[in-house]
Design a protein around this ligand. Structure first.
Ligand SMILES: NC(=O)c1ccc[n+]([C@@H]2O[C@H](COP(=O)([O-])OP(=O)(O)OC[C@H]3O[C@@H](n4cnc5c(N)ncnc54)[C@H](OP(=O)(O)O)[C@@H]3O)[C@@H](O)[C@H]2O)c1
Length: 388
């Protein structure tokens, strides 16, 4: 059996690549990789295996240099004779940036990329499964979506409101894949949000993990203490995708999520607090306080009525830990979109996934507690700079 994988150098794709390589019945894994040459592309894949000292079989793992933004990608893939016998495609590659200035790149990667790969795939005579890695966050963010437990069939909804272009273009990408790939070959998997790795090692990416480290420093959180967040580990996500690909599925779209067992933000933050005593204690405040926090970071103290009145001790605390107001401002800007997602207080139904015999994910606070030493000392200013 032959696999074609996009996004293999990423957080989830890296795990998928290593997991596929361990399956003896998989003959080849072709990976679309951004690089200037075949050699450079292959080197990038080698690094994916080196990250956790996994066995790298050069004869099984084949790099295909290419770019999802390329409008001729489908043609190029079609002209590669070796790829004609691919049976399984996992399209995990995407631009995951929340930055508004990256809008065009995010659109070209997530929409054009999905169309190009799906168009090529639709002509493959031996294709068994096209797995599109979407995101549960396409469900949307309007007022009617706050505090909701969301089901797969509610999306894609072209009228959904989006906090970031990334989710909008992931939705449009999914709609195009649904249009191009026949239903009997299509598998849409929508992870909720991926936080860390439940195994005892450093995760491939600190995405999302940095947000918890940042909130643990901030300590004054502009969201309700009861806000839940639906998170799964990267190893759970990759395992579930592979299990679904090789199962007799009853549906063609699944949330990969914690569902009703999703934890409250506070349950996870308490794990951080327990590992980091001595700071000012946590307080949960109205989301509107975020604006005043930004004003404080811009030294506009006259606009900080509530902070000045109720949270003076936090102002002193922040002045003590941030080298400059600029650092504090970067942190807040980096966090802004994530705070909006947290305030949605959404969970994603996983009944379908569990009905296929896939076990429930471990409770987030439990695996975070076990692996916190690998994710707690993240450079939060550097991480927030990438998002600010
Ligand atoms: N992480 C989450 O919380 C989460 C949650 C729900 C859904 N998802 C979905 O899961 C998938 C994987 O996400 P991730 O967290 O693994 O993302 P990631 O770490 O940012 O990895 C993205 C991957 O896509 C590749 N890529 C980006 N632009 C490309 C282009 N123009 N041409 C070719 N390849 C390109 C990247 O290659 P380079 O190494 O060259 O940049 C990388 O391999 C995505 O589809 C994402 O939407 C993720």
């Amino acid at each position: 059996m032959k696999v074609f994988l996009t996004g293999a150098t990423g957080f989830l794709g890296g795990e998928l690549l290593v997991e596929f390589s361990k399956l003896s019945f998989i003959e080849k894994i072709f990976c679309l990789v951004r690089a200037d040459s075949q050699l450079a592309a292959q080197c990038r894949l080698k690094k994916v295996f080196a990250f956790h000292d996994d066995f790298y079989d050069e004869s099984k793992t084949v790099a295909i240099p290419g770019d999802l933004m390329d409008e001729n990608l489908s043609k190029k893939l079609r002209s590669d004779f070796e790829l004609n016998s691919v049976n399984i495609i996992v399209h995990s590659g995407a631009n995951t940036s929340f930055l508004p200035q990256k809008r065009n790149v995010v659109e070209a990667t997530n929409v054009n990329g999905a169309i190009q790969v799906a168009t090529w795939a639709s002509g493959l005579k031996d294709l068994k499964t096209f797995a599109y890695v979407g995101t549960a966050m396409i469900a949307g963010a309007g007022p009617s979506m706050v505090g909701r437990h969301i089901f797969e069939d509610e999306s894609p909804n072209p009228n959904a409101e989006h906090i970031v272009d990334y989710t909008r273009f992931k939705m449009i990408g999914e709609m195009n894949v649904r249009r191009i790939i026949p239903e009997d070959k299509l598998l849409v998997v929508r992870p909720s949000a991926i936080l860390g790795d439940s195994r005892l090692w450093k995760p491939r990416s600190f995405d999302i993990a940095w947000v918890f480290t940042a909130l643990n420093v901030l300590r004054l959180c502009p969201f309700d203490i009861t806000c839940r967040v639906d998170l799964i580990s990267v190893d759970y996500a990759s395992r579930a995708i592979i299990d679904l690909i090789f199962s007799d599925r009853n549906f063609n779209c699944y949330h990969l999520s914690a569902g009703r067992s999703a934890t409250a933000m506070w349950d996870i933050l308490q794990v951080y607090r327990n590992n980091d005593n001595g700071r000012i204690d946590y307080h949960f405040a109205d989301p509107g306080l975020y604006k005043e926090m930004v004003s404080f970071s811009k030294k506009r103290l006259e606009q900080c009525e509530v902070l000045n009145r109720d949270y003076k001790d936090y102002l002193h605390y922040w002045q003590g830990i941030f080298n400059s107001n600029g650092e504090f401002r970067i942190l807040l800007f980096g966090l802004e979109k994530y705070l909006r997602f947290i305030n949605l207080d959404q969970t994603f139904d996983n009944t379908r996934l569990l009905s296929e015999g896939i076990k429930e994910p471990e409770v987030t606070s439990s695996y975070v507690g076990r692996t916190i030493s690998f994710i707690k000392d993240i450079d939060i200013i550097e991480s927030s700079q990438k998002n600010a």
